[in-house]
Design a protein around this ligand. Structure first.
Ligand code: 3EB
Length: 345
């Protein structure tokens, strides 16, 4: 398997997404790089921890059909890591990586609010004012909690309450993913940056998620469709973090029961999101991407039998050297069969 090197030359913060077996060692660090954090998509859940001095989030997303993969977030600056209660973090003075986990709970709302409030307080107090990218990995995402409320909706209440409590500090929501895992509990990790770096984007084809009507849950999901993180040194340059994107037009799921068409609609949504016109609309001039520029791609497929079809479409949509990982996990609406995310740079 070959991998694109195009992610590296632009400094800042970037990641590799590789099968665990393809990594020479779990501590691989190339000359001059520092590891800000690792995410292991493993065959069992585990508490986050400091591993060789750097944070590791472990989430249960590998099964017999998809092998474990590891994402390593790197920077070109020296990193300092530590613990914040049960959470772990690392910072390089410009970027922060933070990871935490909630074990299984009958109802998640209050614990999610507390987890998020602690994380946002920590982030703000260290001067990382610009949230760049968040991952919410939720076991049993479309299953009911102990009160009969869908766990994703339960989760969204706690998250929305935390963002409401920090509305002054973080008035705008960042790019995010909200996706299923294969074990109960919630894994959270995110990247944030020092002031003046992030521009949050919506998708002209989709209703902003925070404005979804209440038919999708008591509190709307708190995320933007993408976040552009301006480069520190090169004016006009940056990286675009693309949120988990699905076959949603306006606020409606489209192509119910048709995984091929859902995948194609998702790719059209990404195309509209990352193009120069949409970036310009959000004040980012002279930058524009294509679906083919998406890298560190994660493709989440609900039903195992759909993996070959989705894989086929993605293999023609993305260049051969794209870092791409497939996961067999539930998406946050029962009628969504596929979701895709990645990074353009
Ligand atoms: C959607 O567009 C699909 O709750 O953080 C995508 C990205 C989705 C992030 C989240 C949910 C989240 O509504 C689901």
């Amino acid at each position: 398997m070959s991998h694109r090197q195009s992610v590296r030359p632009l400094p800042g913060v970037w990641s590799d997404l590789r099968p665990v077996a393809a990594l020479p060692t779990t501590t691989e660090v190339r000359g001059g790089d520092s590891v800000l954090g690792r995410i292991t998509f493993a065959d069992a859940p585990a508490a986050p921890g400091l591993d060789d001095g750097t944070p590791r989030l472990t989430t249960h997303m590998a099964n017999g059909l998809v092998p474990p993969v590891q994402e390593i977030w790197r920077t070109d600056r020296p990193v300092r890591a530590g613990a914040d209660g049960d959470a772990v973090f690392a910072e390089d003075g410009e970027h922060l990586f933070y990871a935490a986990r909630l074990g299984p709970l009958p109802v998640y709302r209050d614990a999610v609010r507390e987890l998020y409030e602690n994380a946002l307080r920590f982030t703000w107090e260290r001067g990382y004012t610009d949230l760049a990218r968040m991952w919410n990995l939720i076991g049993g995402i479309t299953s009911p909690n102990a009160e009969g409320l869908e766990i994703y909706r339960d989760f969204c209440i706690g998250r929305a309450e935390a963002f409401a409590a920090f509305a002054e500090q973080f008035p705008q929501l960042p790019a995010a993913t909200g996706i299923g895992t294969l074990s109960p509990g919630v894994d959270l990790c995110f990247l944030a940056a020092k002031p003046g770096r992030a521009v949050h984007l919506e998708n002209p084809r989709q209703t902003p998620a925070y404005k979804y009507p209440s038919v999708y849950g008591p509190k709307s999901p708190s995320f933007a469709r993408a976040t552009f993180l301006r480069d520190l040194e090169v004016p006009g340059a940056g990286r675009l973090f693309v949120s988990g994107t699905a076959s949603i037009l306006g606020d409606d799921t489209v192509h119910v029961d048709d995984v091929a068409r859902q995948t194609e609609e998702t790719l059209r949504n990404i195309e509209a999101l990352v193009g120069s016109e949409n970036l310009r609309r959000h004040g980012v001039d002279g930058v524009g991407y294509d679906v083919k520029d998406l890298d560190q791609v994660k493709v989440y497929v609900r039903d195992a039998e759909d993996l070959p079809v989705v894989r086929g479409i993605c293999e023609s949509a993305f260049p051969q050297d794209t870092d791409i990982a497939y996961f067999n996990v539930a998406v946050c609406r029962p009628d969504l069969l596929v979701e895709i995310e990645g990074v353009c740079s």
